[in-house]
Write a protein that binds this ligand. Structure first.
Ligand code: ZN
Length: 337
Protein backbone atom coordinates (compact mmCIF):
# COMPACT_ATOMS: atom_id res chain seq x y z
CA UNK A 1 0.00 0.00 0.00
CA UNK A 2 2.86 2.34 0.94
CA UNK A 3 4.58 1.53 -2.34
CA UNK A 4 1.38 2.27 -4.26
CA UNK A 5 1.11 5.62 -2.46
CA UNK A 6 4.72 6.47 -3.28
CA UNK A 7 4.27 5.59 -6.94
CA UNK A 8 1.04 7.63 -7.12
CA UNK A 9 2.74 10.63 -5.50
CA UNK A 10 5.69 10.44 -7.90
CA UNK A 11 3.26 10.22 -10.82
CA UNK A 12 1.28 13.20 -9.55
CA UNK A 13 4.43 15.28 -9.05
CA UNK A 14 5.62 14.52 -12.58
CA UNK A 15 2.26 15.45 -14.13
CA UNK A 16 1.99 18.52 -11.92
CA UNK A 17 5.20 19.87 -13.43
CA UNK A 18 4.04 19.59 -17.04
CA UNK A 19 0.33 20.48 -16.95
CA UNK A 20 -0.45 24.24 -17.22
CA UNK A 21 -2.02 25.78 -14.12
CA UNK A 22 -5.14 27.19 -15.80
CA UNK A 23 -5.84 23.90 -17.54
CA UNK A 24 -5.63 21.83 -14.40
CA UNK A 25 -7.67 24.33 -12.37
CA UNK A 26 -10.43 24.23 -14.97
CA UNK A 27 -10.32 20.45 -15.06
CA UNK A 28 -10.65 20.26 -11.27
CA UNK A 29 -13.46 22.88 -11.38
CA UNK A 30 -13.42 23.59 -7.64
CA UNK A 31 -15.35 26.76 -6.83
CA UNK A 32 -13.41 27.28 -3.60
CA UNK A 33 -10.06 26.31 -2.15
CA UNK A 34 -8.92 26.97 1.41
CA UNK A 35 -5.25 27.16 2.37
CA UNK A 36 -4.08 26.52 5.92
CA UNK A 37 -0.86 27.79 7.52
CA UNK A 38 0.68 27.47 10.99
CA UNK A 39 3.96 29.31 11.45
CA UNK A 40 7.17 30.55 9.89
CA UNK A 41 10.26 28.48 9.16
CA UNK A 42 12.91 28.54 11.89
CA UNK A 43 10.85 30.55 14.39
CA UNK A 44 9.86 27.91 16.91
CA UNK A 45 11.81 27.75 20.20
CA UNK A 46 10.99 24.03 20.42
CA UNK A 47 13.77 22.31 18.42
CA UNK A 48 11.55 19.30 17.62
CA UNK A 49 8.69 21.43 16.27
CA UNK A 50 11.22 23.68 14.56
CA UNK A 51 12.12 20.75 12.31
CA UNK A 52 8.68 21.08 10.66
CA UNK A 53 8.78 22.65 7.24
CA UNK A 54 7.04 26.03 7.11
CA UNK A 55 7.26 28.95 4.71
CA UNK A 56 9.93 31.60 5.16
CA UNK A 57 8.57 35.16 5.32
CA UNK A 58 9.59 35.73 1.67
CA UNK A 59 7.99 32.49 0.58
CA UNK A 60 4.78 33.38 2.38
CA UNK A 61 4.71 36.73 0.59
CA UNK A 62 5.22 34.96 -2.75
CA UNK A 63 2.32 32.62 -1.92
CA UNK A 64 -0.01 35.49 -1.03
CA UNK A 65 0.92 37.45 -4.16
CA UNK A 66 0.21 34.37 -6.25
CA UNK A 67 -3.22 34.01 -4.60
CA UNK A 68 -4.03 37.69 -5.14
CA UNK A 69 -3.09 37.42 -8.81
CA UNK A 70 -4.94 34.19 -9.54
CA UNK A 71 -7.87 33.96 -7.12
CA UNK A 72 -10.60 36.06 -5.54
CA UNK A 73 -9.67 35.98 -1.88
CA UNK A 74 -12.75 35.77 0.35
CA UNK A 75 -13.28 35.70 4.10
CA UNK A 76 -14.62 32.77 6.10
CA UNK A 77 -17.60 34.87 7.22
CA UNK A 78 -18.57 35.11 3.52
CA UNK A 79 -19.11 31.35 3.70
CA UNK A 80 -21.09 31.59 6.93
CA UNK A 81 -23.29 34.30 5.43
CA UNK A 82 -23.82 32.22 2.28
CA UNK A 83 -22.57 35.03 0.06
CA UNK A 84 -22.41 33.90 -3.54
CA UNK A 85 -18.84 32.91 -4.30
CA UNK A 86 -16.81 34.80 -6.90
CA UNK A 87 -15.06 32.75 -9.57
CA UNK A 88 -11.95 30.98 -8.25
CA UNK A 89 -12.60 31.79 -4.61
CA UNK A 90 -9.86 31.20 -2.07
CA UNK A 91 -9.76 31.64 1.70
CA UNK A 92 -6.87 31.41 4.14
CA UNK A 93 -6.79 30.11 7.70
CA UNK A 94 -3.96 29.91 10.25
CA UNK A 95 -4.12 27.30 13.02
CA UNK A 96 -2.60 27.16 16.53
CA UNK A 97 -2.45 30.87 17.50
CA UNK A 98 1.34 31.01 17.70
CA UNK A 99 3.09 34.29 18.35
CA UNK A 100 4.84 34.04 14.99
CA UNK A 101 1.45 34.87 13.46
CA UNK A 102 1.54 38.36 14.95
CA UNK A 103 5.30 38.96 14.82
CA UNK A 104 6.09 37.58 11.38
CA UNK A 105 3.00 36.68 9.36
CA UNK A 106 0.73 39.62 10.16
CA UNK A 107 3.02 42.21 8.44
CA UNK A 108 3.01 40.07 5.27
CA UNK A 109 -0.77 39.72 5.31
CA UNK A 110 -1.06 43.48 5.85
CA UNK A 111 1.19 44.14 2.89
CA UNK A 112 -0.89 41.96 0.59
CA UNK A 113 -4.29 42.99 1.99
CA UNK A 114 -5.39 39.41 2.70
CA UNK A 115 -7.43 38.79 5.88
CA UNK A 116 -7.11 35.22 7.14
CA UNK A 117 -9.12 33.49 9.88
CA UNK A 118 -7.12 32.46 12.95
CA UNK A 119 -7.96 29.33 14.93
CA UNK A 120 -6.69 29.47 18.50
CA UNK A 121 -6.82 27.49 21.77
CA UNK A 122 -8.35 29.46 24.68
CA UNK A 123 -6.15 27.63 27.23
CA UNK A 124 -3.01 29.00 25.58
CA UNK A 125 -4.01 32.59 24.74
CA UNK A 126 -1.85 35.05 26.72
CA UNK A 127 0.63 32.23 27.36
CA UNK A 128 -1.21 30.92 30.40
CA UNK A 129 -0.23 27.33 29.62
CA UNK A 130 1.74 25.24 27.15
CA UNK A 131 0.69 22.33 24.93
CA UNK A 132 1.52 18.98 26.55
CA UNK A 133 3.80 17.85 23.72
CA UNK A 134 5.83 21.05 24.07
CA UNK A 135 6.14 20.31 27.82
CA UNK A 136 7.27 16.79 26.97
CA UNK A 137 9.91 18.19 24.61
CA UNK A 138 11.20 20.61 27.27
CA UNK A 139 11.61 17.70 29.71
CA UNK A 140 13.34 15.47 27.17
CA UNK A 141 15.78 18.25 26.36
CA UNK A 142 16.40 18.96 30.05
CA UNK A 143 17.16 15.29 30.78
CA UNK A 144 20.36 15.73 28.78
CA UNK A 145 21.70 18.54 30.96
CA UNK A 146 20.63 18.07 34.59
CA UNK A 147 22.53 19.77 37.36
CA UNK A 148 23.23 17.88 40.58
CA UNK A 149 20.10 19.00 42.43
CA UNK A 150 17.79 18.35 39.47
CA UNK A 151 19.35 14.91 39.06
CA UNK A 152 18.77 14.10 42.74
CA UNK A 153 15.16 15.29 42.62
CA UNK A 154 14.52 13.30 39.49
CA UNK A 155 15.98 10.07 40.86
CA UNK A 156 13.86 10.25 44.01
CA UNK A 157 10.76 11.06 41.95
CA UNK A 158 11.48 8.12 39.63
CA UNK A 159 11.96 5.79 42.62
CA UNK A 160 8.62 6.84 44.04
CA UNK A 161 6.94 6.20 40.70
CA UNK A 162 8.65 2.89 39.93
CA UNK A 163 10.49 4.28 36.96
CA UNK A 164 14.07 4.68 35.84
CA UNK A 165 15.70 7.07 33.40
CA UNK A 166 15.58 4.51 30.57
CA UNK A 167 11.86 3.72 30.68
CA UNK A 168 11.09 7.35 31.50
CA UNK A 169 12.33 8.45 28.08
CA UNK A 170 10.37 5.70 26.34
CA UNK A 171 7.21 6.58 28.22
CA UNK A 172 7.64 10.27 27.54
CA UNK A 173 7.91 9.58 23.83
CA UNK A 174 4.58 7.75 23.83
CA UNK A 175 2.74 9.89 26.37
CA UNK A 176 -1.00 10.28 25.83
CA UNK A 177 -3.14 13.34 26.44
CA UNK A 178 -4.81 11.82 29.51
CA UNK A 179 -1.44 11.18 31.13
CA UNK A 180 -0.30 14.77 30.71
CA UNK A 181 -0.46 15.72 34.42
CA UNK A 182 2.71 13.68 34.92
CA UNK A 183 4.50 16.24 32.75
CA UNK A 184 3.59 19.04 35.17
CA UNK A 185 4.87 16.92 38.06
CA UNK A 186 8.13 16.27 36.27
CA UNK A 187 8.58 19.91 35.34
CA UNK A 188 8.16 20.77 39.00
CA UNK A 189 10.63 18.09 40.08
CA UNK A 190 13.19 19.41 37.62
CA UNK A 191 12.87 22.92 39.10
CA UNK A 192 11.55 24.21 35.80
CA UNK A 193 8.65 26.61 35.45
CA UNK A 194 6.37 26.79 32.42
CA UNK A 195 5.50 30.35 33.45
CA UNK A 196 9.17 31.41 33.42
CA UNK A 197 9.77 29.69 30.10
CA UNK A 198 6.76 31.44 28.55
CA UNK A 199 7.67 34.79 30.15
CA UNK A 200 11.11 34.56 28.59
CA UNK A 201 9.84 33.52 25.17
CA UNK A 202 6.08 33.68 24.58
CA UNK A 203 4.87 30.92 22.29
CA UNK A 204 1.28 32.01 21.81
CA UNK A 205 -0.63 35.15 20.86
CA UNK A 206 -1.81 37.58 23.51
CA UNK A 207 -5.42 38.82 23.68
CA UNK A 208 -4.20 42.29 22.72
CA UNK A 209 -2.45 40.96 19.61
CA UNK A 210 -5.58 39.03 18.61
CA UNK A 211 -7.73 42.13 19.19
CA UNK A 212 -5.44 44.21 17.00
CA UNK A 213 -5.60 41.69 14.15
CA UNK A 214 -9.38 41.39 14.53
CA UNK A 215 -9.77 45.15 14.26
CA UNK A 216 -7.70 44.91 11.08
CA UNK A 217 -10.22 42.51 9.51
CA UNK A 218 -8.81 39.14 10.54
CA UNK A 219 -11.37 36.59 11.73
CA UNK A 220 -11.21 34.29 14.75
CA UNK A 221 -12.37 30.78 15.53
CA UNK A 222 -11.66 28.06 18.07
CA UNK A 223 -9.20 25.19 17.68
CA UNK A 224 -10.31 23.26 20.85
CA UNK A 225 -9.41 24.25 24.42
CA UNK A 226 -5.90 22.79 24.56
CA UNK A 227 -5.29 20.99 21.26
CA UNK A 228 -5.74 17.34 22.32
CA UNK A 229 -5.48 14.52 19.78
CA UNK A 230 -9.24 14.01 19.27
CA UNK A 231 -8.84 10.30 18.60
CA UNK A 232 -7.71 9.91 22.25
CA UNK A 233 -10.93 11.52 23.59
CA UNK A 234 -14.36 10.10 24.31
CA UNK A 235 -17.30 11.50 22.36
CA UNK A 236 -18.34 13.56 25.40
CA UNK A 237 -14.85 15.01 25.77
CA UNK A 238 -14.70 15.84 22.07
CA UNK A 239 -18.02 17.64 22.35
CA UNK A 240 -16.82 19.61 25.40
CA UNK A 241 -13.63 20.65 23.63
CA UNK A 242 -15.56 21.95 20.63
CA UNK A 243 -18.40 23.71 22.44
CA UNK A 244 -16.42 25.20 25.32
CA UNK A 245 -13.67 26.60 23.11
CA UNK A 246 -16.14 28.17 20.68
CA UNK A 247 -18.11 29.71 23.54
CA UNK A 248 -14.93 31.18 25.04
CA UNK A 249 -13.77 32.69 21.75
CA UNK A 250 -17.18 34.12 20.92
CA UNK A 251 -17.58 35.64 24.38
CA UNK A 252 -14.01 36.87 24.96
CA UNK A 253 -13.60 38.42 21.53
CA UNK A 254 -17.19 39.32 20.66
CA UNK A 255 -16.98 37.67 17.29
CA UNK A 256 -20.69 37.15 16.70
CA UNK A 257 -20.05 33.85 14.88
CA UNK A 258 -18.79 30.39 15.82
CA UNK A 259 -16.06 28.77 13.76
CA UNK A 260 -14.11 25.68 14.68
CA UNK A 261 -11.04 24.02 13.16
CA UNK A 262 -10.31 20.51 14.42
CA UNK A 263 -6.81 20.16 15.87
CA UNK A 264 -4.59 17.76 13.90
CA UNK A 265 -6.31 15.27 11.67
CA UNK A 266 -10.13 15.29 11.47
CA UNK A 267 -10.32 11.87 9.81
CA UNK A 268 -11.24 10.02 13.04
CA UNK A 269 -14.17 12.36 13.80
CA UNK A 270 -17.44 10.48 13.57
CA UNK A 271 -20.73 11.77 12.24
CA UNK A 272 -22.18 11.49 15.75
CA UNK A 273 -20.05 14.39 17.00
CA UNK A 274 -21.16 16.57 14.08
CA UNK A 275 -24.79 15.72 14.88
CA UNK A 276 -24.26 16.73 18.52
CA UNK A 277 -22.57 20.07 17.75
CA UNK A 278 -24.64 20.97 14.67
CA UNK A 279 -26.79 23.63 16.33
CA UNK A 280 -23.82 25.42 17.88
CA UNK A 281 -21.30 25.61 15.02
CA UNK A 282 -21.63 27.98 12.08
CA UNK A 283 -18.76 26.40 10.18
CA UNK A 284 -15.99 23.90 10.86
CA UNK A 285 -12.77 22.84 9.17
CA UNK A 286 -10.63 19.80 8.59
CA UNK A 287 -7.55 19.06 6.54
CA UNK A 288 -8.57 16.54 3.87
CA UNK A 289 -7.38 18.60 0.92
CA UNK A 290 -9.83 19.55 -1.80
CA UNK A 291 -12.37 16.89 -0.91
CA UNK A 292 -15.88 17.92 0.04
CA UNK A 293 -17.20 16.52 3.30
CA UNK A 294 -20.40 14.59 3.81
CA UNK A 295 -21.10 17.18 6.57
CA UNK A 296 -22.47 20.26 4.78
CA UNK A 297 -20.86 23.01 6.88
CA UNK A 298 -17.54 21.20 7.37
CA UNK A 299 -14.92 22.40 4.87
CA UNK A 300 -11.50 20.98 4.09
CA UNK A 301 -8.25 22.82 3.67
CA UNK A 302 -4.95 22.16 1.98
CA UNK A 303 -1.61 22.60 3.68
CA UNK A 304 0.96 23.77 1.19
CA UNK A 305 3.47 25.19 3.70
CA UNK A 306 5.21 21.86 4.23
CA UNK A 307 5.37 20.90 0.56
CA UNK A 308 8.57 22.80 -0.19
CA UNK A 309 7.05 23.62 -3.60
CA UNK A 310 5.84 27.01 -4.83
CA UNK A 311 2.18 27.84 -4.19
CA UNK A 312 1.46 27.27 -7.87
CA UNK A 313 3.05 23.82 -7.94
CA UNK A 314 1.59 22.82 -4.58
CA UNK A 315 -1.95 23.85 -5.56
CA UNK A 316 -1.60 22.12 -8.95
CA UNK A 317 -0.57 18.96 -7.11
CA UNK A 318 -3.68 19.21 -4.92
CA UNK A 319 -5.93 19.73 -7.97
CA UNK A 320 -4.47 16.66 -9.61
CA UNK A 321 -4.88 14.58 -6.46
CA UNK A 322 -8.49 15.73 -6.28
CA UNK A 323 -9.13 14.85 -9.94
CA UNK A 324 -7.70 11.39 -9.30
CA UNK A 325 -9.95 10.95 -6.25
CA UNK A 326 -12.96 12.16 -8.23
CA UNK A 327 -12.19 9.62 -10.95
CA UNK A 328 -12.11 6.93 -8.27
CA UNK A 329 -15.41 8.29 -6.89
CA UNK A 330 -13.70 9.34 -3.67
CA UNK A 331 -14.09 13.11 -3.91
CA UNK A 332 -16.52 13.20 -0.99
CA UNK A 333 -15.13 12.48 2.45
CA UNK A 334 -17.49 10.09 4.23
CA UNK A 335 -17.56 9.54 7.97
CA UNK A 336 -18.29 6.68 10.29
CA UNK A 337 -21.58 7.00 12.14
ZN1 ZN B 1 -3.38 22.75 15.37
Amino acid sequence: MKRFKRITEAWLTRFTAIIPFNFIRKWASKDLIIINYHSIHGWDPDPVINKNKYRTIDRLEQDLRFFNENYSVIKITDLINNKSLPQNALAITIDDGLKSVYDLMYPVFKKTGIKPALFVNPDFIDNTDLHFIRKRNIILKKLGSLDEEQHKNLISWLDKNDLNIYNLKIQLHSIKYHQRSVLDELIFELNLSVKDILDRKPIYLSSAEIDEMLSDGFELGAHSMDHPPFEQLSLVEQEQQVLESMKRIEEDFNTGYRMFAFPSDDRPINQKLFNNIRDFVDISFGVQGLQRDIIGNHFHRITIESSGASAKQAVKYEYLKYILKRTLKKSIFRRKL
